[in-house]
Design a protein around this ligand. Structure first.
Ligand code: GUN
Length: 284
């Protein structure tokens, strides 16, 4: 039976560190880091994510702002708000929750966020810097995945890592982070031939496929580390991209859903916002 990688516990430890650092910084500078989140429309999943970001940032001692805009907001109005927050001294981290409504170009919005405040790590400047190993904000979910693997003391050097999914938010950046840690990385996707066979070679399998319970126990190499990035509400239960019941019998380590990657994503957002504040105040 696999050992669980409980993201919730890893996240809690990092959150305590962030919170006590904020307390110290407040004594030193008289200020606390600020996070602004912008959300447009009524997408229920996005509302839940944003509410969690607000709740967590307040709890840890951040200055927290959520700007809730109606679906009918124009791109120009949204860009004006981004510009205002880019120039607001109380704001160190700024993110616009995705997906955005169809009449908004995601790229135009991502490009408008100041790279210094882009705590999601989505701006091309941060993406490019990450690619060449320069200082940048590491995207939150991929960073959380790596922290979870490191938490159990697993050495990635020379290991076969297989990533399912090639999104800009998870698949591509997590592949780069695994490569930086000297894993041999295979990025797979919906057109990959013999996906189960490829997965079976993986010492580390990161699944960000977006399909509920797609990866079965017999796709997994015995003893492998399996990190499940998926989250789906099915019949009022949360499920991942991995069929947990069959996978936990084969894997060496596995992250559960819920309580796995989810809490890590928000935690790394807090970490990045604190980094931004420290950098601005010359404390890095
Ligand atoms: N939508 C789903 N995940 C994310 C994220 O990490 N950041 C933003 N801005 N939107 C998201």
């Amino acid at each position: 039976m696999a050992e669980l990688i409980k993201g919730k516990e890893v996240a809690q430890k990092i959150r305590e560190e962030v919170s006590s650092e904020i307390e110290e910084l407040q004594k030193k500078t008289g200020k606390v880091p600020g996070l602004a989140v912008v959300i447009m429309g009524e997408d229920p999943a996005s509302q839940t994510y944003v509410n969690n970001k607000e709740k967590t940032s307040k709890k840890l001692g951040f200055h927290s702002e959520v700007h809730r805009l109606p679906e009918s907001t124009t791109q120009e109005e949204l860009l004006q708000l981004v510009d205002r927050l880019n120039n607001d001294d109380n704001i160190n981290g700024l993110l616009v929750q995705l997906p955005l409504p169809d009449h908004i170009e995601d790229e135009a919005v991502i490009h408008a966020i100041s790279p210094e405040k882009d705590v999601d790590g989505f701006h091309p400047v941060n993406v490019g810097n990450m690619m060449i190993g320069e200082k940048c904000y590491i995207p939150c979910t991929p960073h959380g995945v790596i922290k979870m693997i490191e938490h159990v003391g697993y050495d990635l050097k020379g290991k076969n890592a297989v990533v399912i999914g090639r999104s800009n938010i998870v698949g591509k950046p997590v592949s780069l982070l695994l490569l930086d840690r000297h894993a041999t990385v295979t990025i797979t996707h919906s057109r990959t031939q013999d996906l189960p066979g490829v997965c079976k070679q993986a010492d580390v399998l990161v699944v960000a496929a977006g399909k509920p319970e797609m990866v079965k126990g017999d796709w997994i190499k015995p003893g492998a580390v399996v990190i499940d990035v998926g989250i789906h509400r099915i019949d009022d239960k949360l499920k991942g991209d991995v069929e947990f019941e069959s996978a936990e019998k084969v894997a060496g380590y596995i992250s559960p859903v819920p309580g796995g990657v989810g809490p890590m994503t928000i935690t790394m957002l807090m970490h990045n916002t604190l980094q931004s504040f420290k950098f601005k105040h010359g404390l890095e």
